[in-house]
Design a protein around this ligand. Structure first.
Ligand SMILES: [Zn+2]
Length: 486
């Protein structure tokens, strides 16, 4: 079943010797040696082969790639991220950050291999001037972490039977399941029912985080990620937050109960984008399970605490879903090609979803960006914040929304926005300092921008707006917080 993984072929000889000398090589030496290796196609990659493959992409696409490490595993392996972008290493204003995370459970390996393939594919197609891929790389900063649990992978890869692989290697080297190791922000959520964004962490959160978890949390805090998927195996379904049941458990921890976010419809759509672009996920009948349309709410499948996707939603601006990609957690190499072609379109289409909703700048009176400004959408109790340069991204389904920007020391500004189905709607905010704001007598709640620079189809909210009623009264100045509890 897994012989393709453990029987070495002649052309893998170079890779095998690298594996035995693992501790001796640094990246520079590997970089030299990889020129001697033949291309790796549709085969499993041990740690050194993974590193070689990523370096190979960097070699073939030096101007659009950047390899970096977010930290080390418990056994000292690097958690490498390959970034693909037209200006690698830099955040460009208004260019969204996207991420894929694979192999969080060391024995669930298809995501790891698909992400290596994806990185190679993006590089090759970019070099061939594929217009879709060129556009994607020019407009997006893509971060690919093929393995969040490289230690667990090596344990799983040493197993010789499918039965052993079902659980062996799932956890990290210290025996901890990384998808049960993130701070549980649902506890705070229960206490603060009117808030479900940017929940703060307990002062001692680091003490309970494994090295891999710690590295990922610091990574999430360092980049203003907008959209993400993390990849698992053992089923075929796109799973969206929340993973943790909101209600007290009545009949044990595995009682199924739907636990939805304020962005429920958006998450369902994101999950369907993957399932319907995938070769067979959308059929729903896979691996002996049935998930209508190939999607499921996490908690309605089974509830889990301290998972990564809930953490993304509750602590950061990032919307993450969890992709279960294969019935077999460690599929044989003979299945990798079919899996790649079954997933390729879904991997691309899901990345393109980062370019939906609204984006723009939050600017002060001198047109300087305001970081950490809050962007609120009326009726959806989940805010996002602007990044260091003042740019923000808010995924939304098509429709009309009232969007408010607020920042300490400035008057709030609300704008009525039309969101279409394709490109993101550009909405810039120009905040006026409270101290110098013009008199708001008669119009007490909304500061209008002195100049409208938004290019997209949007209107400033004025007396003629249909939204005047709910927004023009001080009583309803921040109606979202009062009217919408989660
Ligand atoms: Zn998993």
């Amino acid at each position: 079943m897994v012989s393709g993984r453990v029987v070495w072929t002649g052309r893998q000889a170079g890779a095998e010797s690298l594996h035995h000398m693992a501790g001796l090589f640094n990246l520079g030496l590997l970089s030299v040696l990889m020129h001697l290796a033949l291309p790796l196609d549709f085969q499993h990659h041990r740690y050194n082969e993974l590193v070689k493959a990523l370096l190979g992409v960097q070699r073939d696409c030096p101007f659009i790639s950047h390899l970096y490490s977010i930290g080390r595993s418990a056994q000292g392996r690097h958690l490498y991220v390959l970034e693909l972008s037209d200006n690698p290493g830099l955040h460009e204003l208004l260019e969204p950050e996207f991420k894929y995370v694979g192999n969080m459970h060391g024995n669930e390996v298809l995501g790891r291999e698909l992400l290596i393939q994806l990185a190679q594919y993006l590089c090759e197609e970019y070099n061939l001037r594929n217009p879709r891929i060129t556009h994607l790389i020019h407009q997006t900063r893509i971060h690919i972490l093929p393995s969040m649990n490289p230690d667990g992978y090596e344990v799983a890869a040493d197993q010789v039977t499918e039965a052993n692989i079902y659980l062996t290697g799932r956890a990290n080297a210290r025996g901890v399941d990384l998808n049960r190791n993130f701070p549980d922000l649902h506890v705070a959520l229960q206490k603060q029912k009117n808030r479900n964004h940017h929940m703060s962490l307990a002062p001692n959160w680091q003490e309970q985080a494994e090295q891999e978890t710690y590295a990922v949390i610091r990574w999430l805090q360092s980049y203003n990620f907008v959209l993400s998927a993390n990849m698992h195996g053992g089923a075929v379904v796109a799973n969206y937050p929340f993973d943790k049941a909101q209600q007290p458990y009545g009949r044990g921890p595995y009682r199924a109960t739907t636990s939805v976010t304020p962005d429920h419809k958006l998450f369902q759509k994101l999950a369907k984008v993957y399932s319907y672009s995938h070769g067979w996920m959308h059929s729903g009948a896979n691996c002996g399970d049935y998930f209508p349309e190939g999607i499921t709410n996490g908690a309605s499948w089974y509830s889990l605490s301290r998972g990564m996707q809930d953490f993304n939603y509750l602590h950061t601006n990032c919307f993450e879903i969890t992709l279960e990609l294969s019935c077999k957690k460690f599929p044989p190499e003979s299945e990798l090609q079919r899996e790649w072609y079954g997933n390729r379109e879904a991997l691309l289409t899901f990345m393109e979803e980062v370019h939906k909703g609204i984006k723009g700048m939050v600017l002060d009176e001198n047109n300087n960006g305001i970081s950490k400004a809050t962007i609120s959408v009326f009726g959806i109790n989940h805010d996002v914040t602007s990044g260091i340069g003042g740019d923000y991204f808010r995924l939304l389904l098509p429709g009309k929304y009232v969007v408010t920007a607020s920042a300490p020391g400035y008057q709030d500004q609300a704008i009525l926005v039309d969101v279409g189905t394709d490109e993101p709607t550009r909405v810039d905010f120009h905040l006026v300092p409270k101290a110098v704001a013009p008199s708001t007598t008669g119009m007490p709640t909304i500061s209008l921008p002195p100049v409208t620079t938004s290019r997209a189809p949007l209107r400033r909210v004025g007396p003629e707006s249909a939204w005047e009623g709910p927004l023009m009264s001080r009583k309803h100045r921040r109606p979202r917080r009062r009217l919408r509890g989660h």
